[in-house]
Design a protein around this ligand. Structure first.
Ligand SMILES: [Mg+2]
Length: 210
């Protein structure tokens, strides 16, 4: 993966988040404070400025994206995405391109960070209900020699389904956990926005814009 492709993931993500901003706010309104779409859209708008201004390698570019998320996205999402992306950045080489294995290792570092910091597990109705199984699929696929494009293609549908499945769960982490049983019946906004990231990845690998 080269830096143009890498930046395209984030441009696609910014566009998809913007297109889904009101939907994400409405999901958050049901079980949180109605700002997930607004927060993520603000963060991603800032993040893609970093890509546009980037002249360094993958590590520098992704670090700038992380800092943009940390400084502009509020709440748990900003801290989790921002600190996770710092770990992703540290895992990437300083060069302008990396192997598919190195890219998957950086996603693994992101997910490990979100897992360690957020302390949520599978089924807790959070972004990890998308990222944990997706990470496992990516790791297993790359180890088996499958191409990142094929894996990303498959994960578009899988992650959308995993996000939709959070509707039936009771939130055990984050603000929504205070609602207990009343959190059931609503898709988790963080899981939904996370599924959009995999759509963004697939579009970038296919060479399409969102
Ligand atoms: Mg919120």
């Amino acid at each position: 993966m080269d830096d143009a492709e890498f930046c395209q993931i984030w441009r696609n993500f910014a566009k998809l988040i913007e297109e889904n901003r009101e939907y994400l706010n409405s999901l958050d309104a049901a079980i949180g404070d109605a700002d997930h779409g607004t927060n993520m859209a603000r963060g991603m708008a800032k993040a893609i400025e970093s890509c546009d201004g980037a002249n360094g390698g993958l590590r520098e570019t992704s670090k700038a994206i992380a800092m943009a998320m940390l400084s502009t996205v509020g709440g748990a999402s900003g801290a989790l995405w921002g600190s996770g992306l710092l770990k992703l950045s540290a895992s990437l080489p300083e060069t302008r391109s990396c192997s598919e294995r190195e890219f998957v290792e950086s996603v693994d570092a992101f997910v490990t960070s979100v897992h360690d910091r957020g302390k949520a597990n599978l089924g807790d109705k959070t972004m990890l209900d998308v990222f944990l199984p997706a990470r496992d699929r990516l790791n297993a696929g790359v180890a088996a020699g499958e191409s990142l494009l094929m894996l990303a293609n498959e994960l578009v549908g899988e992650t959308a389904a995993w996000a939709a499945n959070t509707k039936d769960l009771i939130a055990l982490k984050g603000r929504a956990a205070y609602l207990g049983e009343r959190s059931r019946g609503h898709v988790d906004p963080g899981a939904f926005s996370s599924s959009l990231w995999f759509k963004s990845l697939n579009q970038a690998l296919e060479g399409k814009r969102a």
